[in-house]
Design a binder for this molecule. Structure first.
Ligand code: HEC
Length: 128
């Protein structure tokens, strides 16, 4: 009985560690190729906290949920991508208040470029 236990417990733990679905956000990882790796990194660092189920602001969640975006209708995806491009051009996101408090939240020009070109090519491929 003891040997069985020493085998089953490590196997269970290893399975737990190796199962990527258990760690992190499931649907975020399931979004597959919708987001490029570099766009996802910027979103994770600068946008995801507010625009995800864990976010505290209802307004932010109503405006955009990165996890749901790939599942919206084509028209809504294009509309949302359009809003994303607009806020990037106008430097409206992350909101001014949060950037004042946490200057590291500000998007660098490089990050803005990455997100904007991702959103534009996404919108383009939807319009084809
Ligand atoms: C501190 C929380 C916070 C962070 C971080 C944040 N947002 Fe927002 N976002 C909001 C809130 C609140 C709203 C809704 C109110 C508004 O439009 O200002 C919003 C609205 C939006 C909208 C809809 C705007 C519209 O005109 O319809 C888009 C698109 C958006 N955010 C994109 C982003 C992107 C891209 C990032 C990362 C670069 C980001 N947000 C980071 C809080 C946040």
């Amino acid at each position: 009985m003891k040997t069985l236990f020493t085998i089953i417990v490590p196997v269970f733990f290893i399975g737990f560690i190796l199962n990527p679905g258990i760690q992190g956000n499931k649907s975020w990882q399931k979004s597959g190729s919708f987001y490029t790796a570099e766009a996802r990194k910027v979103i994770d660092n600068k946008c995801y906290g507010c625009h995800s189920e864990q976010g505290k602001s209802k307004d932010a969640k109503d405006a955009l949920l990165w996890d749901s975006l790939p599942n919206l209708s084509k028209g809504s995806q294009i509309g949302t991508l359009d809003h994303i491009i607009k806020v990037l051009k106008e430097k409206k996101m992350p909101p001014e208040g949060i950037v004042k408090k946490y200057p590291e939240m500000k998007l660098s020009p490089e990050e803005t470029r990455i997100l904007q070109s991702w959103a534009e090519s996404r919108a383009d491929s939807l319009l084809k």
